[in-house]
Design a protein around this ligand. Sequence first.
Ligand code: NAP
Ligand code: 8YV
Length: 319
Amino acid sequence: MSKPDILAVAKLHPFYQQALETVYNVHDRTHVTDPAAFAALAPRIVGVAGTGEASVPRSLLSQLPNAKVVSVFGVGYDGVDVAAALEHGIPVTHTPDVLTDDVADLALGLVLSVARQIPQADQYVRAGQWPSGPMALGRKVSGARLGIVGLGRIGKAIARRAMGFGMHVAYTARSEKTDSGFPFFASAAALASQVDFLVVITPGGAGTKHLINAEVLKALGPKGYLINVARGSVVDETALVEALQNSTIAGAGLDVFANEPQVPESLWRMSNVVLTPHMASATRETRQAMADLAFANMQAGTTGQPLRTPVPECAAMQK
Ligand code: NAP
Ligand code: 8YV
């Protein structure tokens, strides 16, 4: 019997791709590479496999009359038109929790890297500059004030780690979390004005676009550092580059960018910036766990079993 057909809408991680290939015919972005062939294939597609950044627009969903699930390898699903998926009766799943620790670890890694200049120090030693004298002093992390924009699964894990460094944690979110015990600020600007490090960890999409703008960066101030492990869209990148160029803020640690994998060249040249290539969940252990969960969701969706981790908007679809 031939394998069921599914569509990959992005280049998939090998762990996910290989798991899918054991059960499905995986059509790799055929909707983009060969639209004519896709028109004939589309009615046979029973599932869509994507990544956290992948685009699943209404126009694609409307071509898939027999799709039973969109399984995203990632917790963020801002590229999926969930309203359209709901209208077409296609549930969307993602991979929450299994990557929380890794993303929180990298957020703290970026705090330490940018404040203590760890990548710059490594370059300093390798370039033979140490014998010429010491590096410029860094900024103390222990005991500093850390603001978290988005106190969800990952935001809370960042807070737990920051507490281990004796940091004073505060946050903003859409609603106050009275059980967290941390001070709540109603806006990102109000929070930024009270902290040394501002860590952004909200979802992407229209609801958070440019939440971190020139006003927030001004409030963070010339001694403040911005860390973004959320989505590039959450930060106004033009305003950020200007703020760094004009010393409106002290520095930045960035894992995500507006137009990935393109990163503004002006950022490459800045010594007070640490850049990583959207790698916050990129450990073997976590990518395996994400692949296992995304695969389980794909199998459940395509065989009519209960989904493991539907996105909140689709949770009611299987009740
Ligand atoms: P989550 O548990 O849903 O938490 C999201 C938090 O963001 C919630 O506290 C939410 O507030 C807050 N939020 C949403 N919209 C907001 C707004 N307009 N203003 C202020 N706060 C807002 O999600 P999670 O598991 O922690 O993941 C968060 C995001 O991290 C993902 O969606 C993804 O974009 C990003 N991420 C990035 C990487 C990477 O590789 N860099 C890896 C994984 C995840 P409420 O609780 O009040 O609703
Ligand atoms: C992944 C992510 O890098 O989970 C997310 O939202 O952004 C990351 O874990 C991505 O989904 C894989 O491409």
